[in-house]
Design a protein around this ligand. Structure first.
Ligand code: FO1
Length: 324
């Protein structure tokens, strides 16, 4: 069982699949990045996971469909319809239309996701992609805005991330609606039944943070019989992918592998982890965290290909006492 966001998460899942070709793998995916645009429900992390595992992802952008066209966006732009800063490709739009239609017809997001995955992963797939919740929850970011009456402005995470490229300093990260959410069907059952729980090297604030904030998920992980292994997405003082360094300070976490390891914490001291993997260059952090009681190993963490990911996963499994 894996907790994950989109780009880094899907790369990690491919490595886990490589390491365990026959295993049943449930992936619990962040949905707080989701957004409704042009009347369509868009679920970026679910789609990135689904397209990447189904070989339909654009290899350069790392989101959206490969062999994509942009005629719908061009047409919307010509009409002057906003937002034009969030690009929905023609092929990708088909996914959003189907999702929106099914949800409007009353189907739950988990069922819709399973239906979409039927195409991408096949009917016999042993990978199950589960949204963290069925309920609407959105990541918002608060920034300074001298022109706003309060001097601050709150915007959807996608506006902060895509439109503003995470450039303004984030003052706060809000998860709107999170308290009213509950885990999607299958999520807590999957956690309880897992024989290994993995926290992918995804953004700890906007990808893993929302999953853990769904009431019931954190407690289910703490109560699980399976060992919990986390993988740092921060190498040195920078994220391998994305812009986690722009948001970690907002939740008071140092931008380092040690900072994120302490943030997730050891299971015995109220945290989640039984083991933590950091990159080779963070050997000092591994020593410090191990001395503090969180078993940590430094090993090459680059996910250049699934085999490389599988290699560091084996190191982590050994650390938490589960051999492949
Ligand atoms: N990222 C961008 O940088 N620009 C875009 O226009 C954009 C559109 C988009 C459409 C569908 C989708 O599934 C993802 C998309 N992304 C885009 C990626 C997405 O904004 C983020 O990378 C994730 O939400 C962060 O995990």
């Amino acid at each position: 069982m894996i907790l994950a966001g989109g780009v880094g998460g899907s790369r990690f899942v491919r490595g886990v699949r490589h390491a365990h070709p026959e295993a049943t793998i449930d992936v619990i995916v962040n949905t707080a990045d989701d957004i409704t645009l042009h009347g369509m429900r868009v679920c970026p992390d679910l789609d990135t996971m689904m397209y990447a595992l189904g070989d339909g992802i654009d290899p350069d952008r790392k989101w959206g469909r490969n062999d994509e066209g942009w005629r719908i966006m061009d047409e919307l732009r010509t009409y002057g319809v906003e937002p034009t800063w969030f690009a929905l490709g023609d092929r990708d739009v088909a996914t959003h239309i189907i999702r929106t239609e099914l949800m409007n017809a009353g189907y739950r997001l988990a069922d819709v996701t399973a239906a979409l995955c039927h195409r991408w992963l096949g009917p016999e797939s042993k990978i199950r992609i589960l949204p963290m919740t069925e309920d609407r929850v959105e990541s918002h970011v608060v920034v300074d805005d001298p022109e706003a009456p309060s001097g601050r402005r709150t915007m959807h995470f996608q506006e902060y991330w895509v439109r503003h490229r995470a450039e303004p300093d984030a003052l706060e990260h809000l998860l709107i609606g999170i308290k009213e959410t509950s885990p999607a069907p299958g999520v807590t059952e999957s956690i309880a039944a897992a024989d290994l729980i993995l926290i992918a090297p995804s953004n700890p604030v906007v990808s893993i943070g929302p999953v853990l904030a769904v009431p019931g998920i954190r407690a289910a992980i703490r109560a699980a019989k399976a060992p919990v292994l986390g993988v740092s997405g921060i190498i040195g003082d920078a994220p391998v992918l994305g812009m986690a360094h722009r948001l970690l300070p907002v939740i008071g976490v140092e931008v380092s592998a040690a900072g994120v390891g302490r943030h997730y914490g050891h299971r015995d001291s109220g945290g989640l982890l039984d083991g933590w993997l950091v990159h080779d260059t963070d050997a000092g952090a591994a020593e410090a965290l191990t001395a503090e009681g969180l078993p940590t190993v430094a090993t090459p963490l680059m996910m250049d290909d699934p085999a490389a990911t599988a290699r560091f996963l084996a190191v982590g499994e050994e650390l938490v006492g589960r051999r492949a």
